[in-house]
Design a protein around this ligand. Structure first.
Ligand SMILES: Nc1ncnc2c1ncn2[C@@H]1O[C@H](COP(=O)(O)OP(=O)(O)OP(=O)(O)O)[C@@H](O)[C@H]1O
Length: 220
C-alpha cells in the first residue's frame, strides 16, 4: 500500500501553517518527520487522520484519491500526543476493544503483568504511554500515525518500542514524529523535515544541519 499526502495548505486565523507538503508513505517502510516546535507536525498527522480539515489536502492510496476522512475507513490508527484511553477504563478492557493480545504484550513488558485489572488512571504517564503505543501498533489498521512515541518513555523501553515498530512495518505503513531525533533517525527508512510549512525529503543527514534543524557539528 502506498499512501501519498499532497498539496496540503493549512491556515489558522490567516496565518499560513502548511503549504506545499508532500509525503509518500508505504507498507514496509517507516517514515519519520522531524521539525521544530510549532512547525505543524501534529497538524499534518491530524490532516492525514481526517481530524483536521485543511484549506486544501489530498490523500491518495495506491493512486486513488480518498475523499472521506481516513479514520472512517478503519485503515488507520493514530497515537496523538495526549493520552487517548479514558481514565475509567480497565486495561484489559482496552486490550479487548483494540483486539490486541494481553499475553503477548506482557511477554515484552513483563513489569506490566500486575496491571491487567487496573483502571488506566492508576498508571504513570509513561506506563499509559507504553500501552497506548502498543495498542496503536498492534491493532488491525494498515497505517499507523505515531506522534511522539518516545517522549515519556524510559530508555530501556524506548529500545523495545523501536523493535516493535520495526517488527510491525511489514504489516503497516508507519509515520513517526518525535523530537528525540536520534531514535527517530535510527528507526526511519525515509525522513522528511518540515520547515517553513513544507516538507523536504532528507537524502543526507547533514541536510538537517544545513536546514538549521540541528546545529552544525551535532551529527559528527
Ligand atoms: N487549533 C488551533 N488554533 C490555532 N492555531 C493552532 C491550532 N492548532 C495548532 N495551531 C498552531 O499551528 C502551528 C502548528 O502546530 P502543531 O501542533 O502542528 O506543531 P508541532 O510541529 O506538532 O509542534 P510540537 O513539536 O511543539 O508539538 C503552531 O503554531 C500552533 O500554534
Amino acid at each position: 500500500m502506498i499512501i501519498e499526502i499532497d498539496n496540503v495548505e493549512l491556515y489558522f486565523n490567516n496565518k499560513l501553517i502548511l503549504n506545499g507538503v508532500y509525503l509518500k508513505v508505504e507498507t514496509g517502510k517507516i517514515t519519520g518527520i522531524l521539525g521544530s516546535n510549532g512547525c505543524g507536525k501534529s497538524c499534518l498527522l491530524n490532516i492525514v487522520f481526517g481530524n483536521l480539515r485543511a484549506k486544501y489536502s489530498l490523500v491518495r492510496i495506491n493512486n486513488t484519491p480518498i475523499l472521506k476522512p481516513l479514520y472512517q475507513t478503519k485503515l488507520i490508527s493514530y497515537l496523538p500526543q495526549h493520552h487517548f484511553v479514558p481514565n475509567k477504563i480497565k486495561i484489559k478492557t482496552a486490550f479487548n476493544l483494540f483486539q490486541v493480545d494481553w499475553d503477548t504484550f506482557v511477554n515484552v513488558f513483563e513489569t506490566f503483568i500486575p496491571f491487567k485489572n487496573l483502571y488506566f488512571n492508576k498508571l504513570s504517564g509513561g506506563e499509559r504511554r507504553i500501552i497506548e503505543i502498543y495498542l496503536i501498533l498492534k491493532c488491525s489498521g494498515k497505517i499507523a500515525l505515531l506522534d511522539e512515541p518516545f517522549s515519556l518513555v524510559a530508555p530501556l523501553y524506548i529500545e523495545r518500542i523501536k523493535a516493535l515498530i520495526e517488527g510491525e512495518k511489514q504489516n503497516k505503513a508507519i509515520i513517526i514524529t518525535d523530537h528525540m531525533y536520534r531514535h527517530l533517525i535510527s528507526v526511519s527508512d525515509t525522513i522528511y523535515l518540515l520547515k517553513n510549512g513544507s516538507t523536504k525529503l532528507i537524502n543526507d543527514l547533514k541536510e538537517l544541519e544545513d536546514y538549521k534543524y540541528l546545529s552544525i557539528g551535532t551529527l559528527d
